[in-house]
Ligand binder design. Structure first.
Ligand code: AHR
Length: 483
């Protein structure tokens, strides 16, 4: 039994559409096969980018895409990925499977992808093994409009106009794969490197993101904020949902009920992390100018049997849909501080939207949640009064014609009778559901529509209240039109 009370005057903050951002790394089959097949492929593509994947991504209105990593970013040398393919250097992807990276997907191809899916660009620069000059010249190459060595090189490579780099990350996980640094050292490096991330486009300044903490490293957050706050627009936070610590990873499909709940519990931990990190940020940034950028999140489970362990290819079930809904609700609750989030990762890696197998492509239950929640993007989160069952989570946003309510009941067995009280008469409602009867229900290449969004009719109107019966293992959305 749960109750939500909505008071029309209690608005919390705008839910940045960037909370629904994505992340695509040169890792496993995310970029190569998942996105980039090359212009000569039999798989239908435009300029080398597969069209089925683009169509699916357009339907979830990806607002921003982070690239090229992840750990890969701190070994990526952008000049290796421009110019004719035959001249592009090959390298070993030391972080992910030790495979050969041919650099066929580089800066130009990334912006082509952003253009095709309609996403803003979030470029992650190399601090770990790159120089200040290299980072500075990349920004010049991408954004300078006029005469300069890098702008000329861009023109020579077929793109006269500059691109817009909306977000720029100065390193990745500098406390780990990005250089094993101490926070004091990285804070100084951040101040140094970001100086040369120039704003060549006066109308669109680059939003600079510092490397923030891993999970609960509150000291890292404190040191970074104390030493570098004036120089940053955002600071990152990484937290992955695990079933029981880093190892062993739990199976994505073949798991006991206990691991259903432990994964969800670990996802709910995001709330505590954001609350505590945000409190530290408040000391140095009480006006909340600086965004907490959760640019890696999602479930990290065991790879599918028989696949390369370095490729992080995992299945995606109704349990992952619950993880997505619960986590997105937490971000919306903290919309005043969380300005962007990027689920890891977009295709074929970790908690993916899309899985591919040669010519075939399927969307996952996580994709469905992103699709169902579209109307939250850039809406205003309401500060509701909630009395929720332990396994229910919810979020309400204001819409032009009323409200948009998203709900999740992650109890495996019990439904939840939920009442939502408004202070305005309700004209009508429409509702959708994503649910399943098996804990590991998922789509696969033989049955791509086993789990799918359906119309939902268990919503009844009673004056200014709605009664919703939330089935077990369900995500429900309700559009509420008010008079
Ligand atoms: O998303 C996979 C990896 O997880 C990223 O490369 C890294 O930043 C993190 O540790």
């Amino acid at each position: 039994m749960s109750t939500i009370t909505v008071n029309h005057s209690r608005e919390h903050a705008k839910i940045s559409k960037y909370i629904y951002g994505q992340f695509a790394e040169h890792l496993g089959r995310c970029i190569y096969e998942g996105i980039w097949v090359g212009p000569d492929s039999d798989i239908p593509n435009i300029n080398g980018i597969r069209s089925d994947v683009v169509a699916a991504l357009k339907a979830i209105k990806v607002p921003v895409l982070r690239w090229p990593g992840g750990c890969f970013a701190d070994e990526y040398h952008w000049q290796d990925g421009i110019g004719p393919n035959e001249n592009r250097k090959k390298m070993i992807n030391t972080n992910w499977g030790g495979v050969v990276e041919n650099n066929h997907f580089g800066t130009h191809e990334f912006f082509e992808l952003c253009n095709q899916i309609g996403a803003d660009a979030y470029i992650n620069g190399n601090v770990g093994s790159g120089s200040v000059r290299e980072m500075s010249e990349w920004v010049e190459y991408m954004t300078l409009n006029g005469v300069s060595p890098m702008a000329d090189l861009r023109t020579q490579n077929g793109h006269e106009d500059p691109w817009q780099v909306k977000f720029f990350g100065v390193g990745n996980e500098s406390w780990g794969c990005g250089g094993n640094m101490r926070p004091e050292y990285y804070a100084d490096l951040f101040r140094h490197y970001q100086t040369f991330v120039r704003n060549y486009d006066g109308n669109h300044p680059v939003y600079k993101i510092a490397v923030g903490p891993s999970v609960a490293d509150y000291n890292w957050m404190d040191v970074l904020m104390r030493n570098a706050a004036p120089y940053m627009d955002g600071i990152s936070l990484h937290h992955y949902s695990l079933v029981s610590g880093w190892e062993p990873k739990g199976s994505a499909t073949n798991f006991p009920e206990e691991q259903w709940y432990s994964l969800l519990e670990n996802s709910q931990y995001m709330d505590e992390l954001i609350t505590k990190h945000s409190t530290i940020m408040d000391k140095y940034d009480p006006d909340k100018r600086i965004g907490l950028i959760v640019d890696e999140w999602g479930s990290w489970l065991a790879v599918e049997p028989g696949t390369n362990p370095g490729f992080l290819y995992q299945q995606n079930t109704i349990r992952d849909a619950m993880v997505a809904a619960v986590t997105l609700h937490i971000f919306q609750k903290h919309a005043d501080r969380v300005h962007m989030a990027n689920i890891a990762q977009m295709v074929n890696v970790l908690q993916a939207m899309i899985l591919t197998d040669g010519q075939k492509m399927i969307t996952t239950p996580t994709y469905d949640v992103f699709k169902m929640f579209l109307d939250h993007q850039d809406a205003t989160a309401m500060d509701t009064l909630d009395d929720l069952a332990a396994t229910t989570s919810a979020s309400v946003s204001k819409q032009a014609d009323g409200y948009f309510v998203s709900l999740c009941n992650f109890d495996v067995h019990a439904s939840d009778d939920l009442v939502i009280n408004f202070d305005t008469p309700i004209a009508s409602t429409s509702s959708e559901i994503l649910t399943a009867t098996q804990m590991d229900a998922h789509n696969d290449f033989d049955d791509p529509n086993r789990v799918q969004i359906e119309a939902f009719d268990q919503v009844t109107l009673d004056g200014q209240s709605l009664k919703v019966t939330l089935p077990p293992m369900s995500v429900v959305t309700v559009h509420v039109k008010v008079n």
